[in-house]
Design a protein around this ligand. Structure first.
Ligand code: SF4
Length: 385
């Protein structure tokens, strides 16, 4: 039995969570394309294990144009589309492709790295080509900590300058932060730094131990629970989303009925935020998407993955149609069926709004349907065998 309808009615889910306008089994809400693996940074947790040189086997310009056309054919309105990397600025045809995507009716966003290529001229040209939003990564409130994390001195200064330029140019700004053992205690100070930037979104990413990311850098399930409650508080001041942290939605629903347990992060945020006005528009209602369920990632060589952190391929856009793979491949159909989840996720009354991180389950156990290791919740029902 699906407990969702009852849960939604009794706990006000409809106003707390959003579902995309299109059916997730027909069209993704969000499509991310890894334009290149090339990047001049050496981040500790890099999913892409980025290299300094562009891969000659990456999708060619004509292949990339065909990919954009296929994305456009999903639905009307089309999915949100993000050019990521590596560093997209390392791809010489980036501007042409952003322009083409924009002409097709996509609303492109670009996720560049904070390197000397992040200039006013390059950002202004992206805007001229039709880019709507830029996302930049910031992992600490202090220069030294951020630069150590990113592996390059000067990265913090370039990121902060990039944020300024994006705002000056009138582009929307998203900041991405990866939560690890190293910056856990710094999260309240990061919020203090980010509130004045009037972000479109603060994307708080929960580490998946894949690529260069290590298990020992990850926080525990109990610490994650504290961060989730902290984020519910922080969402009064800036719009945020939890990436690969789907149980934020469960915590948000629980917080409708109870204040949640106290913790040091929440207390520190309260101290810092005493002078901040709560922003009426700050709370960004979480969207119901998960790996392969409203979301698709295409690698630089054209492999179609349910998530950039779940390296199981449904096929390649060089040989198959993206729309067909998303709608009908056994892998993507499996990803959308929460009834097959195992362990606590399989028993959980929140599974159809949460479902846990399939990427983290796979990275930890080798089974994408295994229970989410970073969630401390104990469901009311017994776990399936
Ligand atoms: S047990 Fe799984 S489905 Fe339930 S809240 Fe935790 S991660 Fe989500």
């Amino acid at each position: 039995m699906d407990p969702l309808p009852h849960l939604g009615q009794s706990r006000g889910m409809a106003s707390t969570l959003r579902r995309p306008a299109s059916d997730n089994s027909v069209s993704p809400f969000l499509v991310i394309w890894e334009t290149t693996q090339a990047c001049d940074l050496a981040c500790r947790h890099c999913r892409a294990c980025a290299q300094s040189e562009h891969d000659p086997l990456a999708l060619s310009h004509p292949e990339a144009r065909r990919l954009l056309e296929q994305v456009r054919s999903f639905s009307d309105p089309p999915p949100l589309f993000v050019f990521t990397g590596g560093d997209p600025f390392k791809r010489a045809d980036l501007f042409d492709l952003v322009q083409y995507g924009s002409e097709l009716g996509l609303r492109p966003a670009v996720s560049p790295s904070a390197t000397p290529l992040l200039t006013r001229a390059n950002l202004a040209r992206l805007k001229e080509c039709g880019a709507r939003a830029i996302s930049l990564s910031l992992d600490a409130s202090q220069e030294q900590a951020h630069d150590a994390f990113r592996g390059v001195a000067g990265s913090y200064a370039l990121t902060m300058r990039g944020c300024e330029l994006v705002r000056e140019l009138g582009l929307k700004l998203q900041v991405n932060t990866t939560v690890t053992r190293h910056n856990l205690a710094d999260l309240p100070s990061l919020v203090k730094l980010l509130v004045p930037l009037e972000l479109m979104t603060w994307s708080v990413f929960f580490l998946v131990p894949t690529g260069r990311a290590q298990h020992q850098d990850a926080i525990t399930a109990e610490e994650c629970e504290e961060v989730m409650h902290f984020l519910v508080d922080a969402s009064r001041y800036l719009p945020l989303k939890a990436t690969e942290g789907h149980h934020y939605k469960r915590v948000l629903l629980q917080r409708q009925n109870a204040p949640g347990p106290e913790n040091e992060l929440r207390q520190e945020l309260r101290g810092l935020s005493a002078a901040w006005p709560a922003r009426a528009a700050a709370r960004r209602t979480p969207m119901h998407i998960n790996s392969g369920d409203g979301f698709v990632f295409i690698s630089h060589r054209g492999e179609v993955f349910p998530s950039g952190f779940l390296p199981l391929s449904a096929g390649n856009v060089r040989r198959a149609n993206l729309v067909e793979l998303y709608r009908h491949s056994p892998l993507f159909e499996l990803m959308r069926n929460t009834d097959d989840l195992k362990g606590r996720c399989g028993a959980c009354e929140y599974r159809s709004v949460c479902g846990g991180s399939r990427s983290r389950a796979y990275a930890t156990t080798g089974d994408p349907l295994a229970e989410e290791p970073l969630c401390a919740y104990q469901p009311e029902a017994a776990c399936p065998a």
